[in-house]
Design a protein around this ligand. Structure first.
Ligand code: SF4
Ligand code: SF4
Length: 278
């Protein structure tokens, strides 16, 4: 069955005759934790190092997404078998997942940026223009995934651009290009969404009933995401929010209530003034 279509954010942003929306389908069931995506992202985008410390958190030394880590490979150790893996004396599995900006359909970071540094591209992706960012940091708490982050030296924010420069040249993003198992798949988002549905069905038929999609549902709190995932456990296990919501969702209602309160206050003051004059 064809999955329901996502809202078209490029058209809503005023792009006419734009290309099809593109995105990432990250199938964590075939991630081998090689971190080639992290390295390719750093190399292509000229991102500085993010501290070279041994964290003791399994094989994860980059810990999370940040201004200088636009791809992050999480390593989760669990005392469980993976699929039909034969149990030895100790049951053990690693879950590995390459995380990235979700390029939300409804992106709160865009809503709060006062300078227009954050913008929706013709590909439906979300990018930051570093020469327009004034370092106010409003977008940092606005992101429901905690993706966007300021550099300590000048306060400007940085995150994955889905390699906008490569997309503009007809190339796929560096991380997807380098992934040796195709855990990171890039392409036409509608086609990726169908592919992901088929993959979940195949995994369920093979007995991996825990396989589920994350960021695939247009009815979720951000309208579905441009970067979505196949997970083998609950989103929280991977450090992902289970029920993300556009943080600016309630702003129009709040402004309406504030306007009603201000009008009521003004009416009361006017009435009190008239009564006192009598
Ligand atoms: S994940 Fe965060 S930074 Fe990325 S588009 Fe969504 S709100 Fe913006
Ligand atoms: S698309 Fe480009 S900028 Fe984004 S994570 Fe992949 S390599 Fe990095």
């Amino acid at each position: 069955m064809t999955p329901p279509e996502l809202f078209d954010p490029a058209t809503a942003a005023g792009h006419t005759d734009h290309p099809e929306r593109v995105g990432f389908f990250t199938d964590t069931s075939i991630c081998i934790g090689c971190k080639a995506c992290e390295v390719a992202c750093k190399e292509w985008n000229g991102i500085p190092d993010d501290g070279l410390t041994f964290t003791g958190m399994s094989y994860d030394n980059s810990i999370g997404l940040g201004a200088d880590t636009w791809r992050h490979v999480a390593f989760i150790e669990q005392p469980r078998r993976l699929g039909h893996q034969e149990a030895g004396e100790t049951e053990f599995r690693w879950l590995m997942a390459s995380d990235v900006c979700k390029h939300c359909t409804h992106a709160a970071c865009l809503d709060v940026c006062p300078t227009g540094a954050l913008l929706r591209t013709e590909f439906g992706t979300v990018v930051v223009q570093e020469d327009v960012c004034n370092g106010c940091g409003y977008c940092v708490p606005a992101c429901p995934y905690g993706v966007i982050d300021q550099r300590k030296d000048d306060g400007r924010v940085w995150k994955c651009t889905m390699c906008y420069d490569r997309l503009s040249a007809g190339q796929e993003p560096a991380c997807a290009k380098t992934c040796p198992t195709d855990s990171i798949q890039f392409g036409d988002l509608a086609e990726l969404r169908e592919r992901a549905d088929r993959r979940v069905r195949d995994l369920h038929d093979a007995g991996v009933t825990s396989a589920r999609l994350y960021g695939h549902d247009p009815a979720d709190g951000v309208g579905g995401t441009g970067a979505f995932f196949l997970l083998l456990d609950d989103p929280e296990v991977y450090g992902l929010p289970p029920d993300p919501v556009v943080t600016t969702r309630d702003l129009p209602a709040m402004w309406r209530h504030a306007a009603v309160a201000a009008a009521t206050l003004a009416a009361c003051v006017t009435l009190a003034t008239l009564i006192r004059r009598r």
